[in-house]
Design a binder for this molecule. Sequence first.
Ligand code: HEC
Length: 176
Amino acid sequence: MTAIWLLMAMPVAIASGQAPASGAKPPEQAARGQAIFFDESVVAHCGSCHSLEGKGTAVGPDISRLAKLSPRGIVTAIRATITEYVQTVKLTAGSEFPGMPAAKVTGSLQFYDLSSKPPVLRKFAPNEVASTLVNSKWKHPPSSADFTSQQLADVIAYVKWASYGDVKGVKTADIE
Ligand code: HEC
């Protein structure tokens, strides 16, 4: 995602800060955001692809790295239409799929297949993958979802609280 330039713009803010102790209760707004993040009634809920507080599935990148950006910066990262990591994986057998590279394992190429909901981890021998190309088709789900500003602010408040214990909350005016 285009978040790279955001990271470079604020390198100091990324490293510090402490996640809350496990089992800690979030403040009200972060609690609303937490419910949205892990809302299993929504097929593409954030937690189906991102892990926070040790919950969810780490298909996508660790978003706690971005948590100290301004709320508007985080929205930009969520809504970015250009991806940074996702690739179009073409198989020798002919088919292709949008793949998020997973942990490197010697002798095996591993991708989360984002065409499945939720994404599934697929493992290939190197000769089964014909090529990996820059992704131009897959779009990050929230860019097309109908989140209200309030819901987005709540989710960001949760990301900030879960990542570094921030309890200030996020106003809708901060992201509009
Ligand atoms: C279907 C899986 C999926 C869902 C659902 C999803 N994400 Fe993502 N997300 C990804 C992937 C994959 C990337 C990396 C895209 C890229 O740049 O290649 C990403 C990137 C991001 C980034 C930027 C991270 C970075 O390092 O650039 C943020 C922030 C983010 N997601 C937040 C969210 C939030 C908040 C939600 C819920 C509202 C959500 N995502 C739902 C898969 C998902």
